[in-house]
Structure formats: structure tokens, C-alpha cells
Design a protein around this ligand. Sequence first.
Ligand SMILES: [Zn+2]
Length: 338
Amino acid sequence: MNIVAGVDLGGNAVNYTLITEEEKFLIEGLCEHPARSREGPRVCLNQIMEGLEIAAARAGVKTSEVTVVGLDTPGPASSTGVLSAEGSTNFVHKDWGGFDIRAGLAEKLGKPVIYLNDGNAGALWGHYVLFGTSREATSVSAIIGTGLGGGVIIEGNVVKGRKGFGGELGHVLVPYQSIPGAEGMKPDCNCGRRGDLESVCSLTAIEKTLLPYFLPKYPGHELGKGDLHQAAKRVRGMAERGDEMCREVFRVQACALGLFFDEMVNTFDPDALIVGGGAIETDKEFQDWFVSEIRAGMPPQRVEQADIPIHIMPNGDTAGARGAAIEALKVARDSGLA
Ligand SMILES: [Zn+2]
């Protein structure tokens, strides 16, 4: 049997999935193994291999039946999986700088490895759930986490771009000055831009910009008492329970996303817009409210485009591994490996 593995390397854990040629997923839910990425590539690649053996055993298949592996990691990295020479938050060990993680893993496993960054892998999964592997549909996914990731899938293909920065949606500027109820807000992103999507719509934005903006308007609010880093993590839960200020924080984020999606509608005329990530791992009532606020934030749409749906991305924490597996399956089919 030809099996394709999806391997999602995150900050602390590696997440696995296994899929057959017929697109049947052999692992339900999370299958994790410690990443130990702080200890450098040599230790981490060993961990990935060890975890893959555990995942295969759990799915009842042999590691030798895995013919292709899809790998995704946080960036910045090139489109072929060479990590940035400048290092990054998730790859702090000095040996990671400029490391070709795709080639390194391929050599370790003795199997072909296909690479995507984690945002693009998540976006491909969201796309696949709606459209399968059809080469016709186009979608744009925004994934709201610590930062803002995502990706653009055009007619079934991930837009990776010339140097691998395709789909860096978090750093696209949005006209934040037009968000109602956020007049005078100055959202600065870690990348140096002011007013890109991540600077308004991310956990980091809640801590750096939205709480400092809203807390003075709500004197005595309980989140004003502790430190902002901890407070930011509580905003989603409190918004879900109906806290007025926290709902405002999320309404402003939804509005920024609406402005961004409007730009994407006019750029790509997509079949679907998809939103995912920790910010909306909530009950359905809150998800529905958030989507309606995204729509409210979009400028009026032309009649032909008013029905472009906004979907919530399913299987949040396994999206990366599953998207990486789908990409590997596609490449394997195109090259006759599966
Ligand atoms: Zn930015």
C-alpha cells in the first residue's frame, strides 16, 4: 500500500497524519511527539523519525509503506524548505540558520519530502475540505494565532511565490483607519509596518495594540489589573462569555479581516474565504457572530460576488499536518509516485 505522511513541525511538538492514495485519513485527531527543536536539527530530525514510527504503528501500517512525506514548519523559509539564515522564533538553535530541513529530513528518512510553510499547509487543508483536490477552485485562508498566517490557493495550487513568501497575508496593509470605534489606534507590527492585518488581527495585536487602546475606555476592567501578556490570552474566553470590551476587541479584529477579505475578493474573485486559528476555536455562537462581524466590516460587494462564502476552518490543530499530506499526495500523483 502507498501511504503519504503529513508532518507538522511546531514550536514544541510534531503532529502527524497518514493518508492513503484514495485520500482516506488513517489517524483521527492529534498524534503528537515532542519536537525538541531547541536542541537543533540533529536532535529534532531524530524526533521526527521516531514520532513517524509511532504514528505508523498507531495507524496499523509499516513505516516502509510510507512512500512520500509532506513536511510543514513555521517560517521564514524558502519555498523548498531552507530555513532563514537569520534564524526565527521557532528555530533558535544556531545550527538551524540556513538549514535545509526538507533535504535533511529526506536524507534521514530515505524518502522524498515535500515542503510547505505552516500557513500555506493550513490554507491547503481548509481548501481541501471544501473542494477536494479539484484543480478549479480558488480560496484565501486567514489563520489567526500568535501572528496571522494563511495562504492563497489558486485553482488547487498553493501560491508559494518566488522566495517562499507567497501567502504572507499577515503583512498585507489594511485601511485600519476606517474601522469604526477604533479611531486613533496606532497598530504597529513586529515586521515594521503600521496597519497590516497581523497588527490588528492576532494574539500579539491584542497584547500590543488592542488592550492598550481599549482598557483606558473601560476603567476598572479586570484585565487592566495584571500584565498584558497574560490578559491578552484571556480575551477570547471573556469575549465568548459576552464581556463587552473583549467583544469590542474581537469586533475590531473581525472588521480588519473584512477589509482584508475585500482586498482578496477584488484580487482573486475566490470561491471561498476561510478563517481559522486559535482565535475562533470557540463555540458556534461566537464563530457565527465573528463571521457576521467580518461581513459587516467588508465594504459593499458587487451583486455577483456578494455570495462568496466565509467558512470556519475545520480540525484546527491538525490542519497543518493534513495540509502537508495533501500537498505531498498531489506532488506524488503528478510525478507518478502514487
Ligand atoms: Zn507585519
